[in-house]
Design a protein around this ligand. Structure first.
Ligand SMILES: O=C(O)CCC(=O)C(=O)O
Length: 287
C-alpha cells in the first residue's frame, strides 16, 4: 500500500500521513457511533462504563455537562462497535502498518481521543514506548482522523526524527508523570510539526517518536481513533494500560511464537488508576 518514498519518509522522520485509508461509508459509521456516545455522555457527570479491568470506558474532561459535553476518551471502542472493529482489523490503516512492521502484525490496544469544540484537553509531550515497552520497538501508533484535522483543532504534533534518539524518562521526582521534562518539552515545541489532514487520513507514528497536542480552539470536533500495533514478535514487558479482549489479535500474517529482542533500558511505567492517561498527566501538570 505504501510507496518506497513513503516508507523512506517514515524511516527518516518517524511519522507519515496517508490519506484515504478508510472508505467514506466506514468513516460515516465511525462518526455515527461516536456521535451517539457523545449524546449518551450528556447523562453522566463523570467517567462511566466499564472495560476489561474494571476501569471506566468513557472519560470526560472537567467541566463536562449536558449543555457542553466534553467526552475526551473512549477506551477499546473495538469491543462495542463493529465499525471501529473493522477499522482496526480490516482497513487500509492495517495495510499501511503492515508495510512498516509486517509481515506479522498484532493489536496492542485501541482508543478514541476526542477534543470536542473549544474543550481544554491537551496531551503533554511523550513517547509511547515507555508506556508500552516491548522486547523490540517495532510498534506503530496509527491515528485515524475521523474528523478533518486542522492547525486549529488540536492536531497531533510531532518532533521529526526523534524516534532515532534515546528514550526520554517519564518518571520525575520518583513519580510516573507520563510526560517528558520541561527542557525536552521546550525542544519539542521549537521543532514541532503538525499532522493535519482530511477525514479518512491516518497518521502513522513510530512508538519512539516524541509527540503531544494542544487544546481544540475551533468550533469543529477533533476525533482520532488510535490503534497501537506491534510486530508479532514484539512481546509486551508491562501490563497493557488499556486491556481488551482484542489484545494480541493478529491483524496481518500469522502467529509464529517467536520473540525478537533489541536492547533498550527504561523504567517500567505505572498503569493509570483513573479512566485514562489524561488523569495521570493532568495530576502531574497541576503540581
Ligand atoms: O490525541 C492526541 O492528540 C495525541 C495522542 C497520543 O499522544 C497518543 O496516542 O499517544
Amino acid at each position: 500500500m505504501l510507496t518506497a518514498e513513503q516508507k523512506r519518509f517514515f524511516d527518516l522522520n518517524g511519522y507519515l500521513v496517508v490519506e484515504d485509508v478508510v472508505a467514506p461509508a466506514l468513516l460515516a459509521r465511525l462518526r455515527q457511533d461516536f456521535d451517539r456516545w457523545v449524546a449518551e455522555s450528556r447523562d453522566h457527570a463523570g467517567a462511566y462504563g466499564e472495560t476489561l479491568d474494571g476501569r471506566a470506558r468513557f472519560d470526560v474532561e472537567p467541566g463536562h455537562c449536558p449543555e457542553r459535553p466534553a467526552l475526551r476518551r473512549v477506551s477499546s471502542p473495538t469491543e462495542i462497535s463493529e465499525a471501529y472493529y473493522q477499522a482496526m482489523a480490516d482497513s487500509g490503516m492495517v495495510a499501511a502498518v503492515a508495510d512498516l512492521i509486517g509481515p506479522n502484525v498484532k493489536l496492542h490496544h485501541s482508543k478514541i481521543n476526542s477534543k470536542l469544540p473549544r474543550t481544554t484537553t491537551k496531551v503533554e509531550w511523550h513517547q509511547d514506548f515507555p508506556f508500552t515497552p516491548h522486547s523490540n520497538d517495532d510498534l506503530v501508533t496509527a491515528l485515524l482522523m475521523v474528523d478533518p484535522v486542522s492547525d486549529a483543532n488540536g492536531p497531533l504534533e510531532v518532533l521529526p526524527g526523534s524516534h532515532k534518539a534515546p528514550l526520554e524518562p517519564l518518571w520525575h521526582g520518583g513519580r510516573f508523570t507520563g510526560a517528558v521534562d520541561a527542557a525536552v518539552t521546550a525542544r519539542c515545541i521549537a521543532g514541532a510539526v503538525r499532522c493535519t489532514g482530511p477525514a479518512g487520513a491516518v497518521c502513522l507514528m513510530h512508538t519512539r517518536l516524541l509527540h503531544g497536542s494542544a487544546p481544540n480552539e475551533s468550533d469543529g470536533p477533533r476525533t482520532l481513533f488510535i490503534a497501537v500495533y506491534a510486530a508479532e514478535d514484539a512481546v509486551p514487558l508491562a501490563e497493557n494500560p488499556l486491556p481488551s479482549r482484542h489484545e494480541g489479535l493478529i491483524v496481518r500474517g500469522a502467529a509464529t511464537g517467536t520473540v525478537r529482542c533489541t536492547p533498550n533500558t527504561l523504567r517500567l511505567p505505572q498503569k493509570p488508576k483513573g479512566a485514562s492517561f489524561f488523569v495521570q498527566q493532568n495530576a502531574a501538570a497541576a503540581e
